[in-house]
Design a protein around this ligand. Structure first.
Ligand SMILES: [Zn+2]
Ligand SMILES: [Zn+2]
Length: 332
């Protein structure tokens, strides 16, 4: 096999998103369950490299090689090409080609348009390694516009309160801000300190986010009717007491699970996902034309079963250390 079940490309001794430091790694995107520090050499998109340097430091890998989307890179007799995954800025699917065989590792992906990430592109292949974060039929994500409309209605209905929106700092925060801007929210958006560097980086990389201000130091009385973006943990701790009668909100694909929203003490859950839902996973598997599917990174079993009903060879990959889109402390 060109690729083994640890996402190791044997012919060039290179791992995709390895969970431990490796001599050579291809990194699909900047979330911590995919991008770790300490690799010898990292191959990734320019945006992913910029994100890794901001999060982990300039010297978080021995060396970096940037590869733009759609540009084939030949290494010995293997060719690597990165294609947009639509998940967060810079996020890539990895196409590995060898003697006519095509393998695609999706990383995390979503297909819905999102101006804070390069638009997902379908890549045909023989073997598809797909994530399955929301790999159960119960997951059918609503359109994010309707979720943002619910947030803005709540703001309009309760002008005496501030709205604190819990978002993971990389990807979700910038997407929620962009969705608010595109829905016409032109007032300043206030940021918890943990959000500032990555929002600045997105702006530097060409994603316009409008008037952003630090929430720390804001005058309490002036925060009525305002929207604040903060890490999910901050909206529940004493940090939130600086705002008038805050409405706790959280943006995550997991907010469709009412028990999770209740446990997180979220008054206004917003179902905004940066992953495919069940229907999109099945659609993608069919459209790639893959005859073999490896399912990783989430609810593998239901998707493996579905693939088999479609006449495809499928199996779960049990790669350790993946939990995504909003477990406490996990990535979104
Ligand atoms: Zn991710
Ligand atoms: Zn992930």
């Amino acid at each position: 096999m060109l690729l083994d079940r640890n996402l190791h490309i044997r012919a060039i001794d290179t791992y995709i998103d390895p969970g431990v430091p490796r001599e050579r790694a291809i990194i699909t995107h900047g979330h911590a369950d995919h991008a770790r520090s300490g690799h010898g050499a990292v191959l990734a998109t320019p945006d992913t490299i910029a994100i890794m340097k901001v999060r982990y430091g300039e010297d978080c890998a021995g060396r970096f090689q940037a590869l733009d989307f759609g540009v084939p890179l030949a290494i010995d007799d293997v060719t690597i090409t990165l294609y947009p995954a639509g998940h967060i800025l810079g996020s890539a699917q990895v196409l590995v080609e060898h003697k006519g065989q095509r393998v695609v590792v999706t990383g995390d992906y979503k297909r819905l348009a999102d101006r804070t990430a390069q638009q997902y592109e379908l890549v045909e292949c023989d073997l598809l390694v797909t994530e399955a974060t929301f790999g159960l039929p119960v997951f059918q994500h609503p359109h994010p516009r309707t979720e943002i409309a619910r947030l803005l209605k709540s703001v309009a209905d309760q002008p005496e309160r501030s709205h604190l929106v819990g978002c993971y700092a990389l990807g979700k925060a910038q997407r929620v801000i962009a969705l608010l801007r595109d829905a016409g929210w032109n007032k300043p958006i206030y940021l918890h300190g943990a959000m500032i560097r990555l929002c600045e980086l997105y702006e530097d990389l060409g994603v316009a986010l409008g008037d952003l201000r630090p929430a720390t130091g804001a005058v309490k009385a002036e925060m009525a009717g305002q929207i604040v973006i903060a890490p999910p943990s901050a909206i529940r701790d004493r940090w939130s007491r600086r705002f008038p009668d805050p409405v706790t909100c959280q943006a995550s694909g997991w907010m469709s699970v009412k028990q999770r929203a209740r446990q997180a003490l979220v008054e206004l859950p917003l179902v905004i996902s940066d992953h495919c839902d069940w229907g999109e996973l099945g659609q993608t598997i069919q459209e790639t034309g893959a005859e073999t599917v490896w399912v990783t990174h989430g609810r593998e079993d239901a998707l493996v079963y579905w693939c088999k009903t479609q006449g495809l060879a499928a199996e779960p990959l049990n790669i350790q250390g993946f939990e995504d889109d909003g477990g406490e402390g996990a990535e979104e």
